[in-house]
Design a protein around this ligand. Structure first.
Ligand SMILES: C[S@@+](CC[C@H](N)C(=O)[O-])C[C@H]1O[C@@H](n2cnc3c(N)ncnc32)[C@H](O)[C@@H]1O
Length: 255
């Protein structure tokens, strides 16, 4: 999944340290998605939750407000610093943080929790053991949130690869199949939300896309032309508004 979409750099913790400031700013504009995710989880004040790759606490904090306790696993110290500051600002005190990559956690160092949740945090090279560990450490259910959109818009694929486009599936398809190979048949729900991002100018959004999709310098002008077509100027900035799909994969330990 990560190899085919040129996202191997995202497996390095330094990458997430570097993204933390921007990611924390961006989470405010992800309010609708956050609310959708929380509404899908059957959380009660009796539940304990283990969250993998908690980031800046975008869903960790609203989850913590509804349950007894959350253990948040997050390898990036900078992400974790935002999570702690955000939790303090929200007066949330029932989150324990573990500063490690999920792969480095042994099943005997974390006790099983009622729910194990991972949201857009599948940046492990070897996904099968990572998913199996989530299954082992869940008392009741595992909930995974992933992109169900194509990783790149068709136009960007054309700019990068012309007609020789690689066959790439949305993230949830890879994870569903790995789970299937592990003997887990996950339930799947896919829905659409409007992703809205504001950028200061064309140079900012171009740099962001160059970095995200690993675009070679000689394709920069093509990329700019495409971006100019889809960006909407407003309030002195540029808005990127896209309909995106998200998937929730979940299963019960008893099934
Ligand atoms: C796109 S952010 C998502 C953050 C949060 N879950 C959310 O939905 O807002 C991905 C997060 O996964 C974390 N991550 C990356 N590699 C990881 C690993 N090996 N184990 C656990 N978390 C990881 C990153 O540090 C980052 O905070």
């Amino acid at each position: 999944m990560l190899q085919s979409t040129r996202r191997i750099k995202s497996c390095n913790i330094k990458y997430w340290d570097m993204c933390a400031l921007d990611f924390n700013k961006k989470t405010a504009s992800m309010h609708t998605l956050t609310q959708d995710q929380i509404n899908k989880l059957p959380l009660t004040p009796a539940h304990t939750v283990l969250e993998i790759g908690a980031g800046t606490g975008r869903i960790t904090i609203p989850i913590a407000k509804k349950v007894k306790h959350v253990t948040a696993v997050e390898p990036s110290l900078r992400m974790l610093a935002f999570l702690k500051a955000n939790a303090e600002r929200s007066q949330v005190k029932n989150i324990t943080c573990i500063n490690k990559p999920w792969e480095n956690i042994n099943t005997d160092e974390v006790s099983p929790h009622d729910f194990v949740i991972a949201s857009f945090s599948f940046f492990m090279i070897d996904l099968a053991p990572a998913l199996l560990k989530m299954h082992i450490l869940a008392n009741e259910k595992v909930y995974l949130f992933l992109s169900a959109s194509n990783w790149m818009e068709e136009e960007i694929q054309k700019i990068l690869f012309g007609n020789a486009q690689p066959e790439v599936f949305p993230d949830h398809v890879y994870i569903y199949n790995i789970l299937n190979e592990l003997g887990i048949t996950a339930n799947v729900e896919v829905w659409t939300y409007l992703s809205e991002q504001r950028y200061a100018d064309l140079s900012e959004v171009t740099s962001r896309f160059m970095e995200l999709y690993d675009v070679p310098a000689d394709k920069k002008e093509h990329l700019k032309e495409y971006l100019l077509k889809i960006l909407v100027p407003d309030e002195g900035g540029l808005w990127l508004k896209q309909q995106k799909k998200v998937a929730m994969l979940w299963w019960s330990k008893e099934e």
